[in-house]
Design a protein around this ligand. Sequence first.
Ligand SMILES: [Zn+2]
Ligand SMILES: [Zn+2]
Length: 222
Amino acid sequence: MRIINPYSDMHSHTFTYSDGLNSVDEMVIMAGRTGIRKFAITDHSISHLRQHDIEKKTSASCVRFRWKNIHNDVKVIFGVEADLISENGRVDFLNYSKTRDFVILSAHRHVYQGDPEKITEGYIKALERHHEEIDCIGHLCANYFGKEVNVERVVDAANHFNVPVELNCANLAFGKTNMEKLNQMLGMVDRIYVNSDSHTLYDMMYLRIEGLKFLREKGYVE
Ligand SMILES: [Zn+2]
Ligand SMILES: [Zn+2]
């Protein structure tokens, strides 16, 4: 198994465009302090934000046309944590920043509208339909669908379409992971992203370190 991003963090959320606690600029300043070289801001889909009563706070044009990193040398890109909506593989790719430079496909409780028992089919159909747009599958082993998801089938499809999966360090650190499924996933993936899924500055500073430590201790990487 290979870690694609030893020096970057490709999953984070801001207050500016979704449910993080901090602004785009605060997150980027902290990204510089953690020593990473590349940082993706992947705010939630509009379906997700509506489900959680999170309102739009600013326009997409600020970040699409005007924002620049004036703080440090970290390469910052803007993407989306897209949501799996149905067992037929429908996906909401749109968020309030209207950016797709990095696309994570995740399933969240109450945002996914299909039958939980068919979540595996949902992932596979989404990969069949949209694999060219998807850069990574997010928190596949999160507790929300930890019982229902067939990790083996989803990872097989992801490997087939050359889409990596992520080790979600927030879910690992905060006990929101089905560990049996996670070990199964890590035992069979070709390539993984190690992502913080930061919603706070604390998350940015500490969660990837925890995730990398876990992979070393369990013998998945040297
Ligand atoms: Zn969130
Ligand atoms: Zn998520």
